[in-house]
Design a protein around this ligand. Sequence first.
Ligand code: HEM
Length: 216
Amino acid sequence: MTALKVPSFEEIVHITRKQEVTTYNNNNTIIPFRIAQSQKHSKNTKKRMDAKAESPAPEVSAAVIHPAVAPLSFLLGTWRGQGEGGFPTIHSFSYGEELHFSHSPNKPVIGYSQKTWKLSSGEPMHAESGYWRPKPDGTIEVVIAQSTGLVEVQKGTYSAEENVIQLQSEIVGNASKVKEIRRCFQMVDGKLCYDIQMATNTITLQPHLKAALKKL
Ligand code: HEM
């Protein structure tokens, strides 16, 4: 029988110190000191990032709006209002809605997010978000991910003079019924108005939604 060796006081201090800066991975091998240092570094980086997260988002001044985005800069900001929905196969309904269009300085893209709610209770309904990419030649492509799981790639045109944007789906993905989506946005008397039509596997292109939103 092998006798157990009692560690000396110095050995215990050494092991304890070592354990302060080391740990064991799944193979039961020691992760060296530099890994512990890198974890400390990550913590410090997180602290710095948290501090940055608390600082306000940079203002988008006219000077840094990307030239491709400039014709649609009237969209930037938050819009809120009400809409109405319907389709031959469902009961018509009304809803509250908020749209937000954002722009990161000097990027040729507009960030888009939408949320809707029941007017009676405020309960959330549909939501979606994506990116609008206007091109200098008056064409635009838009990608949208819906809360239902459906995704859209839309292509179309815009007119900066008439403040109109027309979009036609090129791809509708991960959808059980929807085959086609058409979206049209237009400024009418200072309100952002839109209508959305869709075609399903049983119904040809018909209106599903329309709304008028005021800028906040
Ligand atoms: C492009 C965006 C949207 C698409 C593609 C879409 C698609 C659909 C489809 C395929 C249906 C089922 C139709 C059928 O059963 O024949 C439906 C129903 C419905 N949608 Fe949308 N939808 C969109 C946006 C919205 C929004 C923004 C709202 C809410 C504000 C909404 C609220 C509803 C409601 C309440 C129904 C009826 C549900 C029911 O009675 O079971 N939809 N939608």
